[in-house]
Design a binder for this molecule. Structure first.
Ligand SMILES: C[S@@+](CC[C@H](N)C(=O)[O-])C[C@H]1O[C@@H](n2cnc3c(N)ncnc32)[C@H](O)[C@@H]1O
Length: 268
């Protein structure tokens, strides 16, 4: 971009971005480069032929559906794309549906934990990316997903067909209403909603089979990670169950010392 941007503008070029399918998303595009954003985006598209759209995040993940606000700065005027991860195809609209490609490793980690014949529940299934990962890469018997965002659920249903996944059942609705009505318990329950998973522990724990596994996601400072574990222990006590916290995993950083963590617990 030499010749198009001054030396000081070049030093401001953002280095943090996500790529979802053929869409590049800048997480934190500097205001000082706003006037040059179109030429920056076009230069990227010229050099990386697999990309078709460049966006910048103008509002962070928020609201009940945990979706971002994105503005297209170059390329095609669309926010729908098809992403590939761990052998799975995920079609989604990057603004209407929560999705983070940064969690691919975490999903791979969970895949490796799942034993043959397990029945697994993903309480907040979004585009279906966790259930699809499991259907493709594990010998789980059946995977259930609950999602409240109708647009995410619609994509997830379409993604089941795209991936020819047959052992997934998806339910549209609020987990607080849907889950207590499900006459089932599960070998493994995932709670990938770190912003407010804690509020759902009371309905999740009774649905974990004895000796089953809970994956509780939370936001935590690295100095206070044990607080996330204590949330599970407290909720178990209220539900008259008990927990063995056998691992706490950092699975993404969102600020200095601040992490998305997963508390892995065996529930008795
Ligand atoms: C952080 S996203 C994770 C989505 C997906 N598991 C993924 O990794 O891409 C959390 C999801 O929970 C959904 N959600 C929020 N509250 C919910 C509720 N009460 N019941 C079911 N889903 C809910 C949101 O719409 C969002 O899709």
């Amino acid at each position: 971009m030499k010749g198009q941007l001054s030396q000081s503008e070049l030093s401001l070029l953002p280095t943090s971005f996500d790529i979802v399918g053929d869409i590049l998303i800048f997480a934190d595009f500097p205001e000082k480069l706003e006037k040059k954003e179109k030429i920056i985006g076009e230069e990227i598209l010229k050099n990386f032929k697999h990309l078709r759209v460049v966006c910048k995040k103008t509002g962070s993940y928020s609201g009940k559906y945990r979706t971002p606000i994105l503005r297209i700065i170059a390329g095609e005027r669309r926010k729908e794309t098809t992403h590939r991860e761990n052998g799975v195809i995920v079609k989604l609209h990057v603004q209407d549906v929560y999705f983070s490609p940064r969690l691919a490793h975490e999903r791979e980690r969970i895949n490796k934990e799942i034993k043959e014949g397990e029945e697994v529940l993903v309480m907040f299934s979004g585009s279906g990316v966790y259930p699809l990962n499991m259907a493709k890469n594990t010998k789980a018997k059946k995977i259930y997903g609950i999602e409240v965002n109708p647009k995410a659920h619609k994509y997830a249903t379409e993604n089941l067909k795209l991936n020819k996944a047959e052992n997934i059942m998806l339910v549209l609705g609020d987990a607080k209403i849907v889950l207590p009505k499900m006459r089932k318990s599960f070998d493994r329950v995932l709670m990938p909603l770190p912003k407010s998973s804690e509020d759902f522990l009371g309905i999740a724990i009774p649905k974990v089979k004895k000796n089953g596994i809970l994956h509780f996601y939370d936001f935590s400072h690295e100095k206070n990670m044990s607080e996330s574990a204590e949330k599970v222990i407290r909720a178990c006590a209220i539900a008259k169950r008990s927990a063995d916290i056998f691992r706490i995993v950092k699975c993404g950083q969102y600020g200095p010392g601040k992490y998305r963590v997963c508390v892995d617990a065996k529930i008795f």
